[in-house]
Ligand binder design. Structure first.
Ligand SMILES: *Cc1c(COP(=O)(O)O)cnc(C)c1O
Length: 479
């Protein structure tokens, strides 16, 4: 094949991508890769000489695009991975063409990032002042950013400069989470030298929400023992069941005790856009920091997380290496993003966020999100209507946790069956769910993030679960 000029290759790329996206809903959700196809990728030799663009495109079309993860499909219900917003896909190409480092300076990407961070805050109703947030690779990184600020504030309050001195000389800083808190909080605590043992796992109530009375008791106990409680990490949508903690009483306790309230809204914070469930998020705006993922419910192509803080100064104090007497000379007085986080060279994430939000508008996004929560409640009803299935948690946002419960199986047989079910369903290619463990019980969880998913997709999902259960048990009465 001959070398295409860039323009022709770009047009061919556009066709390839449009054809791909149009075909996704018609194909299987996911299929295991052919061993030979997998090996061709794994063992690809380092090319010594170059190849024309047209050949690369052909290779992408035949070797890569036939083996997707599945998350573009309307019957992909696994983990928390969305289909890409088409506007975000297009914007990604333009962003790569410009290829700035969104670190600082006077170019479009830097100003656009300031704007979309403000938009994100506005979407979820979090107060925002200029500089009080930035885009990150995801919530894992946003959590590190937020917890670093929390750690700095706590240390400063006892006259300790944690940036200069590290943690030595400080009493143990204690944070509080629930058993349903995402592992990224623990990872951040470990990385920040806080130690995962200083993260108290407070009981959750029957709905998977942090028990505020237990939280209060744990804080008192740690104070009495001479430790320094400093942080509560609450969840706006847990990954297992989509539960939303009760922020008002938690924020009251944090205010009273001088604790930093961090909210993990990675998956669920945008749920506040749905008027039906918005009340669950009351008090979210009182947090000191909020981490959330435009690359989940908004469908911004991966990667894009966001860290928001109440006080921009806190973030800058945590990360800036620019002496304070120099700071205000920077354009607009905000300085570089590297003064607010860990990265120096930073990708142009804001264009795909801008495109995704601008294409749907606030109302369009709210409608998409409301569609997902409505379908999730419907799936909950369908599960409850089937005696062979069991709903394992109330449907608070758009995650449905359930299991197969055929009659005459012992608890351990039920666990074995439900543990095997996700992969069995996935392999059938018609729907994709993943599993988890809830209160010692193996469970399936379906996460609804795709506005093109329909009620008949839900029926098909449950048919597939029944068929896979029949396959695994050899019992035809389960179909
Ligand atoms: C996805 C997720 C995270 C981690 O975010 P990443 O973007 O994957 O780094 C944290 N908390 C919750 C609730 C999540 O759903």
């Amino acid at each position: 094949m001959s070398e295409l000029p860039f323009r022709e290759a770009a047009r061919a790329t556009a066709d390839l991508v449009a054809d791909y996206l149009a075909a996704v809903p018609k194909g299987p959700v996911w299929q295991p890769m052919e061993p030979a196809a997998r090996a061709r990728l794994l063992d690809a030799p380092l090319p010594r000489t170059g190849r024309p663009l047209a050949e690369l495109l052909a290779g992408i079309a035949t070797e890569v695009m036939p083996a997707p993860m599945g998350n573009g499909h309307p019957r992909f219900f696994g983990w928390v991975n969305s289909a890409p917003a088409p506007a975000g896909v297009l914007a990604s190409l333009a962003a790569a063409a410009m290829n700035p480092s969104s670190a600082g300076g006077d170019h479009a990407d830097v100003h656009l990032e300031r704007a979309v961070v403000r938009w994100i805050a506005e979407l979820v109703g979090f107060p925002h002042s200029p500089g009080a947030g930035l885009l990150t690779s995801g919530t894992s990184m946003a959590t590190i950013v937020c917890l670093a600020a929390a750690r700095g504030r706590a240390a400063a309050r006892v006259g300790h400069d944690v940036r200069a001195e590290g943690l030595s000389g400080l009493p143990p800083l204690v944070g509080y989470v629930s058993g349903e808190t995402h592992s990224c909080v623990r990872k951040a605590a470990e990385l920040l030298g806080l130690g995962s043992r200083q993260l108290r796992v407070v009981e959750a109530d029957a709905e998977g929400r942090l028990d505020v009375a237990a939280l209060r008791a744990a804080v008192a106990q740690d104070r009495a023992a001479g430790r320094l409680p400093f942080l509560v990490a609450a969840s706006a949508g847990t990954v297992n069941t989509g539960a939303v903690d009760r922020f008002e009483p938690i924020a009251d306790l944090c205010a009273e005790q001088g604790l930093w309230l961090h909210i993990d809204g990675a998956y669920g914070a945008f749920g506040v856009l749905d008027p039906v469930i918005a009340h669950r998020f009351a008090g979210l705006e009182r947090a000191d920091s909020l981490a959330l993922d435009p690359h989940k419910w908004l469908g911004v192509p991966v990667d894009c997380g966001c860290a928001l803080v109440r006080d921009a100064g806190q973030l800058r104090e945590t990360f800036s290496l620019v002496p304070s007497y120099l700071r205000d000379e920077e354009a607009g007085g905000l300085g570089w993003f590297s003064e607010y986080g860990t990265e120096q060279t930073r990708p142009f994430r804001s264009l795909k966020v801008w495109a995704t939000i601008a294409h749907r508008g606030r109302d369009g996004l709210a409608a998409d999100i409301a569609h997902c929560t409505e379908l999730a409640r419907r799936l909950g009803e369908l599960v409850e209507a089937d005696p062979g299935l069991e709903l394992l948690a109330p449907v608070a946002t758009s995650i449905v946790a359930f299991r197969a419960r055929p009659a005459e199986l012992s608890p351990s047989e039920l666990n074995a069956l439900n543990q095997a079910l996700p992969l069995a369903v996935q392999r059938r290619g018609q729907a994709f769910v993943t599993g988890t463990v809830l209160g010692g019980r193996e469970a399936l969880r379906a996460c609804l993030l795709n506005a093109t998913t329909t009620e008949s997709d839900l029926m098909l999902l449950l048919d597939e679960v029944r068929a896979a259960a029949a396959e695994l048990t050899g019992r035809q009465d389960l179909v």
